[in-house]
Design a binder for this molecule. Structure first.
Ligand SMILES: Cc1cc2nc3c(=O)[nH]c(=O)nc-3n(C[C@H](O)[C@H](O)[C@H](O)COP(=O)(O)OP(=O)(O)OC[C@H]3O[C@@H](n4cnc5c(N)ncnc54)[C@H](O)[C@@H]3O)c2cc1C
Length: 440
């Protein structure tokens, strides 16, 4: 069956859409602006080091994970018990999440955390609207104000009162775990790590980095054009222009291009759609990647930093996920810094500030030789679930539907998709296009 279907973007969602269309007997063409596939799941090679786009690990539990990751990559995966920690300033550390491991705080802080948590559990059930309200009701004042909201401001770059609670649920469990009183008390007195998280175990490729995840899908995709982005869409005429100047007619477009970009590129998008797209909020992430000429840098898999004077909100150690991620005798660190139109990135001396903070935190030693410095900019990293999102999305998606543009993936559906949810999104949209063509 043919219907001149175009897929925009060869991240996991676009590859999955093309793979499933292929299975359904529909010919499509995939166009990707970058010279490589994988989108956010791409792994970059820099002088013998592999860097993913920030910390990327696999923990899907659904049929897509089974079919497209665990089965085909089987022997090429290492499996881990997650070892995640928090930095509480200077060289003070504790296991993540704080609400189940409060013993690592000062005794005074631990006491306040437990007492405030008990006070919160004694409150009558209340309706919460904002993320800030949800945190207060779930964790009490001290956990909320000193950890959850502080971190939220740093990573989401907006005030926690501007966030709704829609993003907190997830297929693999709540994104931020609510402990029982017993778990809080246990964590306050027991120095053994308490796990309380959707992510207790994960897998990671033995070699080649997280980017390997694209391979099984890629094997089932034809007509792929990399280094060829969309430059212009004329929706009424069903005409698309690519960055290489080629103009093509289409019947359906599956788009994984971030919605604000897609709307800008569609020259005849109505004014109300443009206004809705302008209201969408997201964060970007700058990764400062370092290769260190020392083998044993860091402990655990990754850690979170709450302090706003520290530029990064999270650091991870790629060499600890797979030895091949760094040359022998070397380590690697990826430091993620959030920014947005609400909180622009302060680029002045960024790498030096990152290195200073890593030394203050005891991760690096002043004597360490930095073998390589690299930066990756993730222009669209996380969708911000503010109170404009739902209404704006309804307007944009309704318009897209009316002109045979099908949104797909993390930034087409504009959600908090993990990699396996991006694969599922591609399958869903392939079925929709198949049905449209079948009924035509
Ligand atoms: C910092 C970070 C950490 C993450 N950690 C994890 C994790 O640990 N585990 C996990 O499962 N998931 C994680 N994710 C989520 C995961 O990366 C995404 O769910 C997944 O990559 C989304 O795939 P996608 O295909 O929907 O989007 P993308 O990967 O964004 O793919 C979209 C594609 O469209 C292309 N494109 C854009 N504009 C154009 C254009 N004009 N023309 C043509 N092509 C275009 C892009 O180049 C890209 O290849 C993380 C994400 C981020 C940002």
């Amino acid at each position: 069956m043919s219907g001149s279907v175009i897929v925009l973007g060869a991240g996991l969602a676009g590859l999955s859409a093309a793979y499933h269309l292929n299975e359904l007997g529909i010919v499509c063409e995939v166009f990707e602006k970058e010279p490589y596939v994988g989108g956010h799941c791409h792994t970059k090679q820099v002088d013998g080091f592999n860097f993913d786009e920030g910390a990327h690990v696999f923990f899907g539990k659904d049929e897509y994970s089974q079919r497209f990751v665990y089965e085909p990559l089987d022997k090429d995966l290492n499996h881990f018990h997650a070892d995640i920690w928090n930095n509480y300033g200077g060289q003070r550390y504790g296991r993540y999440p704080v609400q189940a491991n409060a013993h690592a705080l000062t005794p005074e802080q631990t006491t306040r955390c437990v007492l405030d948590f008990i006070a919160a559990t004694q409150q009558p059930e209340q309706t919460v609207r904002t993320y800030a309200e949800w945190c207060h009701a779930s964790f009490g004042k001290t956990f909320t104000e000193e950890f959850m909201l502080r971190y939220a401001r740093k990573v989401w770059t907006v005030e926690p009162e501007e966030l709704n609670t829609e993003w907190l649920g997830s297929k693999v469990g709540g994104r931020i775990s609510r402990p029982s009183l017993e778990q809080v008390v246990r964590g306050a007195v027991d120095p053994n790590p308490q796990t309380l998280n959707y992510l207790t175990e994960f897998s990671y490729p033995t070699n080649g980095g997280f980017g390997r995840l694209a391979e099984p899908l890629l094997a089932g995709v034809q007509n792929l054009h990399t280094g060829c982005g969309v430059a212009k869409i004329e929706a009424a005429a069903r005409r698309i222009t690519f960055t290489n100047g080629v103009i093509q007619h289409y019947e359906d477009i599956i788009s994984t291009v971030p919605l604000p970009t897609l709307v800008k590129l569609t020259v005849d998008a109505p004014a109300e759609v443009r206004a809705a797209a302008d209201k969408l909020m997201w964060t970007s992430v700058r990764c400062v990647n370092l290769g260190i000429a020392r083998a044993d840098v860091g402990t655990g898999n990754w850690g979170y930093f709450y302090d706003h004077d520290v530029p990064f909100f999270r650091i991870s150690f790629p060499h600890r996920f797979a030895p091949g991620n760094a040359p022998a005798g070397h380590s690697s660190i990826s430091c993620e810094i959030a920014y947005s139109r609400r909180k622009p990135l302060d680029e002045a001396g960024l790498v030096e500030r990152v290195i200073d903070c890593l030394c203050d935190a005891g991760i690096l030693q002043h004597s360490d030789r930095i073998a390589i410095q690299d930066q990756t900019d993730i222009a669209y990293a996380y969708v911000v679930f503010d109170f404009n999102r739902t209404a704006s999305l309804a307007i944009i998606h309704a318009w897209m539907e009316s002109v045979d543009l099908y949104p797909c993936g993390r930034f087409g559906e504009w959600g908090y998709h993990w990699s396996f949810e991006a694969i599922e999104s591609g399958h869903r949209v392939a079925n929709r296009v198949f049905e449209r063509i079948r009924k035509a």
